[in-house]
Design a protein around this ligand. Structure first.
Ligand SMILES: CC(C)(COP(=O)(O)OP(=O)(O)OC[C@H]1O[C@@H](n2cnc3c(N)ncnc32)[C@H](O)[C@@H]1OP(=O)(O)O)[C@@H](O)C(=O)NCCC(=O)NCCS
Length: 155
């Protein structure tokens, strides 16, 4: 898998990562979260957060998820532009799915802009299915699609 060549270190973020997350967020989203939200998130309980760091310590990609009963809700997933199309986001989502299975959860859910074909394609390749729509979910009025991955049932 291409992601191996990047030799990412995967670990949860701490308060010292909030600034790097804020910078990456500005590169990745038109409506970025402010830094204080990252600071609150990394300190909050009931989360599954992971960073992918380059060997020189640069933040390459991140996933933030919050448990909502048996569902892990993805709040953020992004790969910074220089490291895209090398399997990092897929890798982080696979780790999230494995975590849900190990923890006895049932599903992973997220919202995605209906125009975000790159992300929708990513989720589809991992088996996420369209579950619904949130009209005017984003600040600019765009709808969100709700997509869910379910833990496979054992026979
Ligand atoms: C969407 C995003 C997270 C993908 O990150 P990534 O690390 O480049 O994705 P991966 O390399 O793991 O891609 C895995 C698969 O997803 C699909 N995919 C990813 N980017 C794609 C693109 N630009 N166009 C079409 N398909 C794409 C492909 O099927 C890809 O597999 P392939 O490269 O073997 O064809 C990244 O483009 C990003 O950060 N975008 C801005 C933030 C964002 O939109 N986050 C999602 C919010 S819901």
């Amino acid at each position: 898998m291409a992601v191996r060549a990047l030799r990412p270190t995967i670990r949860p973020p701490g308060p010292g990562d909030a600034r790097a997350l804020e910078e990456a967020e500005r590169e990745c989203f038109p409506d970025p979260w402010p830094g204080h939200l990252f600071l609150a998130e990394v300190r909050a309980p009931g989360r599954f957060h992971r960073l992918a760091l380059a060997p020189d310590g640069q933040l390459m990609a991140y996933l933030l998820g919050v448990w909502q009963y048996l569902d892990l809700h993805i709040l953020k997933i992004a790969t910074r532009p220089p490291w895209r199309r090398q399997g990092l986001a897929r890798h982080l989502l696979v780790l999230a799915g494995e975590h849900v299975m190990e923890a006895g959860g049932e599903s992973v859910t997220l919202e995605v802009r209906e125009s975000n074909q790159a992300a929708i394609q990513l989720y589809r390749t991992l088996g996420y299915e369209l579950k619904g729509r949130r009209p005017h979910y984003y600040g600019d009025g765009e709808d969100a699609l709700i997509m869910t991955w379910r833990v496979p049932r054992s026979q």
